[in-house]
Design a protein around this ligand. Structure first.
Ligand code: DC
Length: 209
């Protein structure tokens, strides 16, 4: 079984995807980390993530060690990821890796992938498609707390604006824009706890198993 979980940043999809994978004994792939890895690789080489040549070269030769780099989670990598993710050549270069993982997960049981276009482009055949969303204020507040807990200086206005800019870029781009698949179940997590989101998602998965 393939479970596709899409949605905007900080809506709770990563937490849900990891928990579902652990509960079901499935393998988990955070597809955003691939775009972050490409963005970070371009930044480290002194390049511009908005430059199609630099971004394509990095995507075609992505150093998988970067996926475990602590800098992958910071705002610079997130912004670079959003810029490289808007480029068709980058998306094409990362597609096979994601599809192979979903169709032949290392553990052989099933796969949970989270991202922006898993249900629409990467795995349109996924048996379960969830679109996890929340208001931009709720998501900015979660991100603010994460940054503060990580000891990083963060300003509310800047975090909210950054969230809105990234949403706009991810939703309005021409290739694989962020949108729910026609057959996705939408879960709005604005006023739900992580446990409530997990229970709702598990009920949907169990109904398909
Ligand atoms: O989920 P995240 O914050 O790690 O994603 C980083 C960026 O990568 C985000 O701007 C959207 C992009 N992305 C994408 O375009 N497609 C995916 N399947 C996953 C992430």
């Amino acid at each position: 079984m393939i479970i596709a979980i899409d949605g905007p940043a900080a809506a709770g999809k990563g937490t849900l995807a990891r928990r579902l994978a652990q509960h079901l004994g499935y393998d988990f792939l955070d597809t955003g980390s691939l775009y972050r890895g490409v963005g970070l690789q371009v930044l480290r080489a002194g390049g511009d993530p908005a430059d199609p040549k630099a971004a394509k070269a990095a995507a075609e030769r992505l150093d998988l060690k970067l996926l475990a780099d602590p800098d992958l989670r910071d705002e610079a990598a997130a912004n670079a990821a959003s810029l490289v993710a808007a480029q068709p050549a980058v998306r094409a270069a990362l597609l096979d890796f994601q599809r192979n993982f979903a169709r032949k997960p290392p553990g052989g049981r099933g796969a949970v992938l989270d991202g922006r276009d898993v249900g629409t482009v990467v795995c349109p055949e996924a048996e379960v498609k969830l679109f996890i969303t929340a208001s931009s204020e709720a998501r900015a507040l979660r991100r603010l707390r994460e940054l503060q807990e990580a000891g990083q200086a963060a300003i509310w206005d800047a975090v909210l604006q950054d969230m809105r800019d990234r949403d706009a870029r991810d939703s309005r781009r021409d290739v694989a824009p962020l949108k729910p698949a026609a057959d996705a179940v939408v879960i709005d997590t604005t006023s739900l706890s992580p446990d409530q989101v997990f229970e709702a998602a598990l009920a949907i998965v169990d109904a398909k198993r």
